[in-house]
Design a protein around this ligand. Structure first.
Ligand code: UDP
Length: 260
């Protein structure tokens, strides 16, 4: 088999050169890290679930007209994506106080925000991804004012849509992180939603029990991470009751399970 060229290896994913120009293969690893890589564990099955959940969410995004880098899922752990130049920002949307917001401002986790908040972090592990404002972003030319406007508008649309989608399956979307990239095609430049959307980069709480169904299970040593991610996948209609993967073509036709 022809050896693929590795382009980049991150904490949870590996990027390989794709089969055609302008494409990349995104491989989901089982590695879980927290506190900027200080804690690291391999959690069997996480990559497979995140590949499926990201596929499901990104296809749903395309349906509401949010352009993404996703082309198609290739296998259990890999998806084909469009090559983009990643904008070095993490765009975080929050609906409920949790995580670093609770810590930084000394606020109690779980309080619903009166309106959604958007925050930006500069992607730099060495600096621990510092929080930045639109002033820094435009002054240092990480993104133009128009690009930033575009990213914020998209992030808020994604929030509205996914809040409803998760609510329908008994889950509260507390917060999430998005990344965007610039894509050049036929001489045109477009901003695409990139990276992934999985319980690794959002907070999902069961509406009835408050149980955490996301990476906080790892960050807070609660255990049961794969069970929680499986529960999310099951409610989205990606996994059946036995925990087996439902073929994605069937899954698309299947409505998510409504939780009464
Ligand atoms: N997040 C992420 N990658 C990061 C930092 C945060 O995906 O490097 C996600 C995180 O999972 C949560 C949201 O962004 O859903 C807000 O995270 P927060 O600022 O509370 O930071 P945390 O305390 O989770 O590091």
């Amino acid at each position: 088999m022809k050896k693929r060229r590795k382009i980049h290896e991150g904490k949870a994913k590996i990027l390989y050169e794709g089969p055609t120009t302008g494409t990349i293969i995104q491989h989901f690893k089982d590695d879980a890290t927290a506190f900027n890589g200080e804690r690291h564990e391999v959690i069997d099955g996480k990559g497979v679930l995140n590949n499926r959940i990201t596929e499901y969410i990104f296809l749903a995004m395309e349906e509401i007209g949010v352009a993404t880098h996703f082309i198609k899922r290739l296998n259990m752990r890999e998806q084909l994506i469009k090559k983009v130049d990643i904008i070095p920002l993490e765009v975080v949307v929050r609906n409920v106080i949790a995580g670093s917001l609770a810590k930084r401002l000394g606020m109690q986790e779980g309080i619903k925000l009166s309106r959604s908040i958007v925050e930006y972090y500069y992607k730099d592990d060495a600096l621990n991804d510092p929080m930045v404002t639109d002033e820094h972003i435009t002054a240092f030319e990480w993104a133009t004012a128009t690009e930033l406007e575009d990213m914020v508008a998209t992030a808020l649309r994604v929030n509205d849509f996914l809040t409803g989608l998760f609510r329908g399956i008994g889950i509260q979307l507390v917060d999430f992180k998005l990344e965007f990239g610039r894509h050049f095609e036929n001489g045109n430049l477009r901003i695409l939603l990139a990276d992934e959307f999985s319980p690794d980069n959002c907070r999902l709480w069961d509406i009835k029990t408050g149980e955490k169904l996301d990476k906080d299970r790892f960050r807070q040593n609660l255990g049961g991470l794969v069970d929680a991610y499986q529960e999310v996948a099951r409610r989205l209609g990606i996994l059946n009751e036995n925990g087996d993967i439902i073929d994605s073509d069937d899954a698309k036709n299947d409505k998510p399970t409504l939780v009464k």
